[in-house]
Design a protein around this ligand. Sequence first.
Ligand code: SAM
Length: 253
Amino acid sequence: MSGKHKARKRFGQNFLTDQKIIERIVATIAPKHNDNLLEIGPGQGAMTLPLLERVNQLNVIEIDRDLIKILAAYNKSNLVINQGDALNFDLNLFNPPIRVVGNLPYNISSPILFHLLDNRDKIIDMTFMLQKEVVERMSASHGSKIYGRLSVMMQAFFEVELIFVVPPESFDPAPKVDSAIVYLKPLKSCKVGDIDIFEKVVKAAFSHRRKTLRNCLKSLLTQEQTGVDLSQRAEMLDIDTFITLAKDYEKQY
Ligand code: SAM
């Protein structure tokens, strides 16, 4: 199958070929017949075909028109193919709440995650293949060197779990790095107030990793305006402390 279509680097195309891994991903998703499933980047259907056997209907979003032709040729009555860019697709079109899955194009995985973060109220859960290094950053704990903006933004809104690691040989063409399956579920009681303010504070806090919060946040907050000790570096703060910091900044508005 992959012989017919030449993988396009600009669309981050690394097609899954390892059947055991595909089965493990489908088992992780554990789809039920009535699930409202959306797959981002179905490619040539490596995950799509086994998923179609388990659900009454599957929506997919694919950007590459050549792949759309391959998918359409399967003639599956329960497959709804949407051609377009997952980065600006309106999720309301899929009759939310939805479960989102996909082996994401690695070159745009962060913007896709942030687009989905903005749409979290429409999402039941998400199961994605991403670069292992990205999943490790998403799930890192405070105090670790890789804990940063992505860790805080994801963990403030989702339960984040690295499920298993996938080696490069499971794909054609093989990526240069390890991949991993991550499971994300919106938190039932998210404590963040204004998301734009939260994002602004988190971004500023990590703008210079070696500097203290006092330095990074100097245009936003002074030590007198918050109970959080600003002599620390951002990587030492847990999620709840970031939420407190953002709320203290919000009070200054
Ligand atoms: N799911 C397939 C598999 O596992 O073999 C393909 C995975 S491949 C890593 C990523 C897929 O996302 C490709 O099919 C690519 O064309 C598609 N893609 C890339 N950018 C996209 C975008 N902005 N919106 C939708 N699909 C995109």
